[in-house]
Each structure stands twice: as C-alpha cells, then as structure tokens.
Design a protein around this ligand. Structure first.
Ligand SMILES: Cc1ncc(COP(=O)(O)O)c(C=O)c1O
Length: 384
C-alpha cells in the first residue's frame, strides 16, 4: 500500500466542524441535557409516519419527479396563497427540497459567481457564508443592533453594483427576533429597481408568538418578484432528521434554480413527499404550532425566572437567548463548554455567529423539549 496522500488546497480553509455538532457531541460525552442543537426531543405525529409507511407499501419507492410530487406542490401553493395571498404556480414556481439547507445551497450555487457580493445580517445561521465562498462570492456582513433589529441604513450603504443577493431570516435563528412589516416595506423600497435577489429563510414561519403575524417575503409584491422563500418541514413537523422542505420563487428564477437542483440532488424522498401531500391538506397540522411553542417558551421562562440569567422573551423560533453577564465574565464559548461538562446542560454560544466573534455574554437554549426536560434544565440554570 502506498503512503502517498494527494495535495490539495482547501476551498474552505477556515471552516471547522460547526458549533451544533461540537456542542451536541460534548453534550453526549458528558451526559448533559442538550438544549444546544435545534431539534425537538418529542416524536412527530404518528399519523404522518403511518402515511410514509403507507406510501412505501403502495410502491412510492423510486425517483420522484425532479421538482417534487405535483400533489404536494399544489398543497404548498394553496397553503402560501391562504396565508400570504401570493399565488405560486405549483408547476413552475415551487420545488421540494432536502430540507431548507439544500434549497439555500442550491440557490446560492445557481446565482452567485466569482466576485459577487451577498449581504448577510449577523448573527446568522451558519450555512450561508461557506456556500457563498465556495462559489467565489464575498459575504458582506452587517451586524444587527444589540436588540437584534436591522440597521437598514447600514444595509443600504453596503449595496453596490456587485451586490447580487441579500439573505434574511425571519423568525430569526439564533436570536428569536422577527422582522416587522415595516422592516419588509423598507427592504422592498431598498431593493426597488435593483437586480438583487432576495433569499428569505423562513424555516420558523409557523413558530411565532404573542399574536404577531409572520411577514413572509411573499406578502410584499416588490420582494416576492425577486425572492426565494425557503421552508423546512423538519422544523414545522418535528422531524428534522427527515430533511424535507421546499423553496418557492417566480418562474424566471425557479427555472434557473432547477438547472442546478436537477444535478445537485435531482429529487428528494418520494414516500415522504406523498405523505406530506396528504398531511398538509389539514391546516390544523401547522396552524397551532405557534401556540404550542409559545406555551413551551412561557413555561421555560417561568421556571428560570428566579435564576441569575436575564432575557427578553423570544418572539419566534424555538430558541431563547439567556444573558449571563450577571454571573461571570467568561467568554461565551468557554462558559457554554463549562456548563456542559460541569453542570450537564448544553447550549450554543452566540459569538460564533457574530462578526469578529463579538461576545455579548449570551447563550442560546432550544426549548423544543418535553416539559420534563425543560424542568430538569431550569433546575440546573437556577442553581448557577
Ligand atoms: C435559520 C435556519 N435555516 C435553515 C435551517 C436548515 O433547515 P433544514 O433542517 O430544513 O435543512 C435551519 C436549521 O436549523 C435554520 O435554523
């Protein structure tokens, strides 16, 4: 056997294992309660699993149509029309994907070339920047204000002739903040007359609290005309491991997207698409999600009220930020690791999503957990 290893220059020399894998591994190693990675620890609806089994038994085990099962795209189109009054044509404007991640990666691959700039609001979910860099594009970073609102003036200043795309995410991971109607109208005005594509990551679209309305890009004609809206069934139906989702965009953009999608993944799980086509027909399967998670948020916050952590209640998503500045001055990465090892509770340090790893002494906790887990977690947090 030869000892030769091939030489190559890494296309992503600065990328290491992402924080979600690191913290989940650490949680497993130290037998800690894992509130780090964003997934529920309760099962998805057995009715949905039965529908998948039925689809398999009925023979839906070969390739699905490239853009997705027609019946599923129709029901997605109806869902968006009823919620946001925008009509995507199921044939040409909706594609079923392997989670939102694949949609996002494929959108960036299809449209970003060497030298293109993409504006990202930080802190941001971590899959955007590497995808841009792999295409030779440049992420242009704009830090959100300390209360996680957008400084649109700063965004406007970053727009130039090289700006090809802007990525937004509402409800927002990691902060739990949401974009308001005013934000979306400001963005609409900002993009008017430009050739900038909007990538709107809306994976937490149904997890929104306190009577707020999700401001999908598809509600705003000046945004919808240039937007890819990305959604995740994993987040909505408690089955992140199934990696199912979709993206929606006007046909002239979707046509270009599909040129890459067909060689990237071609199609995604056929039996699951057949199951979702039936399951999504009942709006009750997603319309109560906000209330469901609001109850969990409120329960978690009630339990930790007496702790030394401070917080502003999340407006959406299933993440709650907790500020620990009153407890210690330690760096958030070190504190998160120490809490996992010594106190047996895992979280995500927010600095890793900020520009220059800015550390505001904030940890992110996922409350998509059973009440029992939340009670155990709260007991630990109150003891710190
Ligand atoms: C903001 C955001 N976008 C995209 C994704 C990826 O979604 P999916 O699991 O459907 O690929 C996640 C998952 O955590 C997320 O938080």
């Amino acid at each position: 056997m030869s000892n030769h290893t091939v030489h190559f220059d890494s296309k992503l020399p600065n990328i290491q294992t992402n924080i979600f894998s690191i913290m989940s591994q650490l949680a497993n190693r130290h037998n800690a309660i894992n509130l780090s990675q964003g997934f529920p620890n309760f099962p998805s609806d057995p009715v949905l699993s039965d529908l998948v089994s039925e689809a398999m038994a009925a023979g839906y085990n070969q390739y699905a149509p490239m853009p997705g099962v027609q019946e599923l795209r129709e029901v997605i189109s109806e869902k968006i029309a009823s919620l946001h009054q925008y009509n995507y044509h199921p044939e040409t404007e909706i594609t079923v994907t392997a989670g939102a991640s694949q949609a996002i990666y494929t959108i960036i691959s299809a449209f970003i070339s060497k030298g293109d700039e993409v504006i990202i609001l930080k802190p941001a979910y971590d899959c955007y920047e590497p995808a841009i860099e792999l295409q030779g594009g440049t992420p242009v970073l704009v830090q959100l204000r300390p209360n996680f609102t957008v400084n649109w003036k700063e965004v406007a200043e970053k727009i130039n002739s090289k700006t090809k795309m802007i990525i937004i995410n509402t409800p927002h991971n990691p902060s739990g903040a949401i974009l308001s109607k005013k934000d979306m109208l400001t963005l609409e005005k900002l993009l008017k007359g430009t050739d900038i594509i909007l990538l709107s990551d809306e994976v937490y679209e149904h997890i929104i609290f306190d009577g707020e309305q999700h401001q999908s890009a598809s509600r705003f004609p000046g945004l919808a005309e240039r937007a890819f809206v990305c959604a995740s069934f994993g987040k909505t139906f408690h089955n992140t491991g199934w990696k199912m989702g979709y993206c929606a965009a006007p046909s002239y953009l979707m046509n270009e997207y599909r040129k890459v999608h067909q060689f990237n993944v071609f199609c995604v799980s056929h039996p699951k698409q057949v199951a979702f086509a039936t399951y999504l027909k009942n709006p009750e399967h997603y319309s109560n999600l906000g209330a469901f998670y609001q109850e969990k948020r409120d329960y978690f916050l009630k339990l930790i009220k007496g702790s030394r952590f401070t917080f502003t209640p999340a407006k959406g998503t299933y993440f709650q930020l907790l500020n620990y500045a009153d407890i210690t001055n330690e760096a958030d990465t070190g504190f998160a690791a120490r809490l996992t090892k010594e106190k047996k509770i895992a979280s995500i340090p927010i600095s890793v999503f900020n520009i220059n790893d800015e550390d505001n002494k904030v940890l992110r906790f996922c409350f998509a957990k059973t009440n029992e887990t939340l009670e155990q977690a709260a007991e630990i947090l109150c003891s710190i």
